[in-house]
Design a binder for this molecule. Structure first.
Ligand SMILES: Cc1ncc(COP(=O)(O)O)c(C=O)c1O
Length: 375
């Protein structure tokens, strides 16, 4: 199988598996226990917290471990809504957010909160000034993703944060897709909250983290004992925490993202050669994650293109059922014409992708050009 679906999930880095292994096989203590077996695990959690802080350029005390990106987003959005409910009930987000942001917002709408969904342009980009324009006296949070998961478009987070700071509004970014692919240093982004998901970082599923800027206290999502300094109750899953720490350490090391970009662009060039005008880039040409290539195969159905390449793993951007075809919500927000959007396929390369794999993928997709008929 050729795996070009790193935005969906990533293979576990062998160094990460190695780091977590002793915490599965040998060490079992509860990090809250005061005896030496517990203290050993506490030290492992503390080390991992420092590693994640290193990736974000923040203090370890500003890192809260979660079960993943979904929980981190829910924690911020619902936590801020509850904490600042007497100050206001208005939240600003965008039309291209992941369901992990959209659905907590929709949940709050049912409880009287007003959500402004700022639209994007045809590349999936949100205009920072348009976000600034929506700020009102009762705005309590701006939540805009750092990079769009379906098309890779990067949002102008630092610019949006300036509007937020000027107005005294807290700013959150969902960096589940960008973390490890581009810099997510919180001071450069100017954010108060930032979410990540371990399984996009060559770490197993079920672990993530949330940055909460020093001095900010919000209602936790989980109520229970005082873990994570009272911010996330539940005994820390030490093996996962250690894995995320190692994943963050690897991601923080200087990495040549131009190699990832080269593979992505090689794939794009190969597709253009095989498909000509029938392959159309979806997303921003430059302000885009270095690993992500989403294209629309004009007049085709994305799922059919991939079905013609059974040894290739990638994602389609449209839901196709026997009776109906539907553009994804993101493609609808971007106003991608149906003739392109129905044929959307997202290819995402990553740490272990090779040139040989990309070339094989090009061959498969080139063969598919003559096999897949227009819809
Ligand atoms: C942008 C974005 N946010 C949040 C999530 C959810 O993260 P998790 O799967 O860790 O809950 C994802 C995962 O697909 C994502 O791409």
């Amino acid at each position: 199988m050729i795996y070009l679906d790193y935005n969906a999930s990533t293979p576990v880095d062998p160094a990460v598996a190695e780091a977590m292994k002793p915490h599965i096989e040998r060490y079992f203590g509860n990090p809250s226990s005061s005896h030496s077996i517990g203290r050993h695990e506490r030290e492992a959690v503390d080390r991992a917290r420092a590693q994640v802080a290193g990736l974000w350029g923040c203090q370890p005390s500003e890192v809260v471990f979660t079960s993943g990106g979904t929980e981190a987003n829910n924690h911020v959005i619902k936590g801020v809504a509850h904490t600042l409910r007497d100050r206001g009930k208005h939240i600003i987000t965008s039309t291209v957010e992941h369901p992990a942001t959209m659905n907590p917002c929709r949940f709050l709408e049912a409880y009287g909160y007003e959500i402004t969904y700022v639209p994007c342009d045809a590349t999936g980009m949100v205009d920072a000034a348009a976000v600034g324009h929506e700020i009102r006296p009762d705005t309590i949070l701006i939540s805009i993703m750092h990079a769009q998961n379906e098309v890779g478009t990067m949002q102008p987070i630092a610019e949006i944060s300036e509007y937020a700071r000027e107005a005294g509004v807290w700013m959150h970014t969902d960096a589940a897709q960008s973390c490890g692919k581009v810099s997510t240093r919180v001071d450069d982004l100017g954010v108060d909250f930032l979410s990540i998901a371990g399984h996009k970082l060559c770490v197993p599923k079920g672990i993530g983290a949330l940055y909460i800027r020093h001095g900010i206290e919000i209602e936790p999502l989980h109520h229970g004992a005082g873990h994570e300094s009272g911010r996330r109750a539940g005994t820390e899953p030490v093996a996962g925490v250690v894995a995320l720490g190692k994943g963050a350490e690897i991601a923080a090391a200087p990495t040549d993202h131009s190699e990832t970009e080269r593979l992505r662009d090689r794939l794009h060039a190969g597709l253009k050669e095989a498909w000509g005008e029938d392959v159309v880039l979806i997303g921003h040409a430059e302000q885009r994650l270095p690993n992500t290539l989403t294209v629309g195969f004009r007049g085709r159905i994305g799922a059919e293109v991939l079905a013609a390449c059974p040894e290739l793993c990638a994602s389609t951007g449209a839901a196709c059922h026997a009776s109906q075809r539907k553009r994804s919500d993101v493609m609808t927000a971007m106003n991608v014409p149906e003739v392109i959007a129905f044929g959307a396929v997202r290819f995402s390369v990553g740490r272990f992708s090779t040139e040989a794999e990309v070339d094989q993928a090009i061959e498969m997709l080139a063969a598919a050009a003559s096999q897949v008929s227009t819809a």
